[in-house]
Design a binder for this molecule. Structure first.
Ligand SMILES: Cc1ncc(C[n+]2csc(CCOP(=O)(O)OP(=O)(O)O)c2C)c(N)n1
Ligand SMILES: [Mg+2]
Length: 254
């Protein structure tokens, strides 16, 4: 396969990365998932790993990720992507393996799989899309939902005395010895995408050089679930999500 012909610098027209299928996406306007897919497609092609990458798709809005990126995929049961990725990598050490998971998938039903895979230092990349709710099923409260944030199951706002505190799962994962890179990124501006692409490449390189687990969290929007326009969502994210989930590297072992 030709590597990423469409976005070569000499081709100045904004285009679809070669690894993105010509499939209509089901994501809502303003959703972060599509931009993150594109970024991953670009990094895989830049590394020339098109034929060697296997993604593990989640249960959640990104369940159809396998329709959008022209690589090999395995669909995991809800929350079990890190366990599936563990097996894929251990049996195929020459392959580049990543999971792609929402906050409900990774930080609720899949908490155990996530913590133990990272603690074992599996040589995989975990892409974590944190939009602070269960987007796919109707915007229910997730462990990552902010205090006071309104969701379909917390219409008066998350009450920490009743629902506990928002879970900073990336901070927790960064404490584990198996993690070599834990970073929090976003894709709400061109500059943020550029930055995220760079660290995403490092995460994939870590997985191939056997340094341990890399976790790339994307603090994200969910316009439909948050009941806002895409522009309002980005603003709300900057004003409310970023102070609680600050962007940057939590751990980056050279
Ligand atoms: C075993 C199981 N439990 C619950 C569900 C229902 N379910 C589907 S997606 C989802 C949550 C997805 O939320 P998240 O991982 O945050 O992804 P998002 O849609 O927000 O991107 C749930 C609870 C399911 N499909 N399977
Ligand atoms: Mg979510």
């Amino acid at each position: 396969m030709e590597t990423n012909e469409i976005i070569k610098p000499e081709n100045l027209v904004y285009g679809r990365p070669a690894l993105m299928n010509d499939t209509l996406m089901h994501y809502c306007p303003g959703c972060s998932h599509g931009v993150i897919h594109k970024l991953i497609a670009e990094v895989i092609a830049d590394m020339g790993m098109e034929e060697k990458t296997i993604g593990v798709s989640p249960v959640g809005c990104a369940v159809f990720a396998y329709n959008y990126l022209d690589i090999d995929w395995v669909e995991a049961a809800h929350g079990r992507a890190p366990a599936v990725a563990t097996a894929l990598k251990r049996l195929n050490s020459d392959k580049m393996i990543f999971t792609y998971q929402g906050d409900g998938d990774l930080a609720a039903i899949g908490t155990a799989e996530t913590i133990h895979a990272v603690n074992r230092g599996e040589n995989i990349v975990i892409v974590f899309v944190n939009n602070a709710i269960y987007g796919m099923t109707g915007g229910q409260m997730a462990p990552t939902t902010l205090e006071g944030m309104k969701t379909s199951t917390s219409p008066a706002g998350r009450d920490v005395t009743l629902n506990g505190y928002p879970l900073k799962i990336a901070d927790l994962l960064a404490k584990l010895d198996g993690a070599c890179l834990v970073t929090r990124q976003s894709v709400h501006t061109a500059a943020a995408v550029k930055k995220a692409r760079k660290i995403m490449r490092k995460a994939f390189e870590n997985s191939m050089s056997g340094k341990g687990t890399s976790v790339v969290e994307f603090v994200s929007t969910c316009s439909s679930g948050w009941k806002m326009t895409p522009a309002q969502s980005n603003k709300w994210m900057e004003e409310n999500m970023f102070p609680f989930y600050p962007l940057g590297d939590l751990k980056n072992v050279e």
